[in-house]
Design a protein. Sequence first.
Length: 226
Amino acid sequence: MLIRDWMAKNVLTVDENTSLMRATRIMKENSIRRLPVVSHGKLIGIVTDRDVKDASPSKTTSLDVHELYYLLSEMKVKDVMTPSPIVMHGEDSLEKAAVIMLECKISGIPVNDSSGYLTGLLSETDVLRGFIHSTGIKDGAMQYVFDLVDEPGSVTSVVKILRDNHARVISVLTSFEDAPDGIKRVAIRVLVGEKGDVDQLSAILQENFTVLFQGKDELKDFPKCK
């Protein structure tokens, strides 16, 4: 999956001389947490809601409300922004972006073209959307989790049985970190066609492989979003 397919492309931006008060209002009115800072279309920094909070006077300040407003109106984005932030390109993978976000503890990455012009903004929400899409969970797919011998052809053997039983493979995810030595943990989501029998398929898989889990996620019963 490529960043260009999941990033936000119509990105609100500010220049370095925008007042901190205006930047705060833009973020609040548009329910966003970060604003790229550009000069002539090229990225020079980024300002986040955290930067704004850190720069704002504390609640225990002795300044009155008029003095606070004056202070914020005088402060510029360039005074609090992160200059030369981490950037990525549209041709980079979404998976790579997820690793960088996790390692660097950031929740958004500006996206530049090869000339340094801003072309988009990738957020952690965009990464989650891409991951959800790739798994097929919203398609109502059945999931099987296997412990398979770590050797060529082990996944192919499972896929053959799935196809022979009218199951269409939606996604295959493989992990080694949570599996015993010499084993790979494989999660496969499938859609079983009208000619297929889920119970029969499950029985065949359990007979031939180590099945750790089987089931379908119900998305109608999760907690209501606040």
